[in-house]
Write a protein that binds this ligand. Sequence first.
Ligand SMILES: Cc1cc2nc3c(=O)[nH]c(=O)nc-3n(C[C@H](O)[C@H](O)[C@H](O)COP(=O)(O)OP(=O)(O)OC[C@H]3O[C@@H](n4cnc5c(N)ncnc54)[C@H](O)[C@@H]3O)c2cc1C
Length: 146
Amino acid sequence: MLERFGGWHEPVPAVIRATEEAKILRNDIYDREPLKRWGDGRVTLLGDAAHPMTTPNLGQGACQVIEDAAELAECLRGGAGVVRALRLYEDRRRRRTAEIARRSRLLGRVSQLESPLLCAVRNAAVRVMPLRLQMRQLEAVLANER
Ligand SMILES: Cc1cc2nc3c(=O)[nH]c(=O)nc-3n(C[C@H](O)[C@H](O)[C@H](O)COP(=O)(O)OP(=O)(O)OC[C@H]3O[C@@H](n4cnc5c(N)ncnc54)[C@H](O)[C@@H]3O)c2cc1C
């Protein structure tokens, strides 16, 4: 951990030094393209199983699970029967979650660039990007219009 994060700003190295080695967990995280088909019959998926956003780039994985759950509940309340409600839920959620998952992956790629030149270009672009433009990017994620 110190090899990788020892050069970070304080208190990151101090926290690592103060933590017992046995208490440091390593859990790999995996990612993949969102699924095109989430369910069949009385089975469906929600959350990371349907649209993984496990690499924490946009901070939207758990948020999208909450939206999935709310939409699923609404579709089931509609009284059209379970199978139709599940397909309706999938139709309503597939596009938005796939778009957010794609944005999240793109952000991950950009934030994990390794070339010093590309990092410098990225950092300069972020520094000069007007706040209004940054907020506009976020609005598309925060506004749930289907
Ligand atoms: C470091 C990190 C930071 C993050 N930060 C954010 C953030 O700021 N904001 C945000 O919105 N999202 C964030 N996320 C993403 C978010 O954590 C996930 O998208 C979210 O937890 C997905 O929820 P889920 O219920 O779909 O899956 P999980 O939370 O993975 O839940 C699945 C559950 O199923 C259990 N399970 C697996 N297999 C079986 C089995 N065979 N039998 C029984 N149980 C089983 C697992 O133990 C787990 O408890 C972050 C993720 C990481 C890794």
